[in-house]
Design a protein. Structure first.
Length: 263
């Protein structure tokens, strides 16, 4: 046998001698938004590494592109949205993607830099809300639950400003992309802001919101995969990593009630 053949045989022997995990390590692409979703993922990654799965992270600053990327195959998982938002996206765009587990609850709030309580918000005030149907609708439902407005019966979980049938304070609504509502606080009387953006900005909803949702309701955030992948073994491993004691402890200690675990 030639030296060249001996060398090749040695390399093949070494390859077959490597641990099975090293040969079969899986890399998955996951999309998240900045803040708590990204921070929790940092706890999940090493848990997944122990199971032979590398999570390659992609950060998104909006709520539309991550589902497009997942449906097209550019991502394997995303973690940023609640079920009503996903349902609306699937209905409108025909995506073959679905939820496989709950993750975090972010109680949505109304915030103001001009008024210390909702009672101080004067008639005719301008309120910024999110311009996507589910988050904007969620803001309107929060305002209705506190008696600020009344919505048309049957408007469900995705009402719009056109569904407002009573507005005793004559509030004016402007609709802004969700990630930008926090930037309007210097200019409007109050704004609805998703909790992940508040936490990322150093705020705490329990301390800073002038109106705040309860922890119950249909708005727990979820892990989403393509429908074709939902029964793959790595999905179960991913869920177990997210629902681990390490993640629960991190959320409780890091966010002190501003973000909650949903399992």
């Amino acid at each position: 046998m030639s030296l060249k053949k001996i060398g090749l045989a040695a390399l093949l022997s070494l390859a077959f001698a490597l641990p099975a995990a090293a040969q079969t390590k899986t890399t998955l692409k996951i999309g998240v938004t900045p803040g708590p979703h990204s921070e929790v993922l940092a706890i999940v990654k090493p848990i997944m590494e122990k199971a032979g799965i590398e999570l390659k992270q992609f950060d998104f600053t909006d709520y539309i592109v991550p589902n497009e990327a997942l449906a097209s195959g550019d991502l394997d998982i995303n973690s940023f949205q609640h079920q009503p938002f996903l349902d609306k996206q699937v209905a409108d765009r025909g995506y073959k993607i679905e939820s496989v587990a709950k993750t975090l609850v972010f109680p949505m709030g109304i915030y103001s830099k001009k008024h210390k309580s909702w009672d101080q918000v004067p008639d005719g005030s301008t309120i910024a809300i999110q311009n996507d149907p589910t988050n904007g609708g969620r803001a309107l439902l929060l305002l209705q639950s506190r008696g600020a407005i009344k919505l048309k019966e049957g408007s469900g979980l995705v009402p719009t400003v056109l569904d407002i049938v009573e507005n005793p304070k004559k509030l004016k609504f402007i609709e802004i992309e969700a990630a930008q509502t926090i930037r309007t606080l210097e200019d409007v009387d109050a704004a609805s802001v998703n909790t992940d953006f508040i936490v990322s900005d150093g705020g705490n909803p329990k301390r800073d919101a002038i109106l705040l949702e309860g922890a119950d309701g249909p708005y727990a955030n979820i892990l989403v995969v393509r429908s074709a992948d939902k029964d793959k073994p790595w999905v179960k491993t991913l869920i177990e990593a997210y629902h681990s004691p390490e993640v629960k402890k991190f959320v409780e200690e890091k966010y002190k009630g501003a973000v909650l675990t949903a399992w």
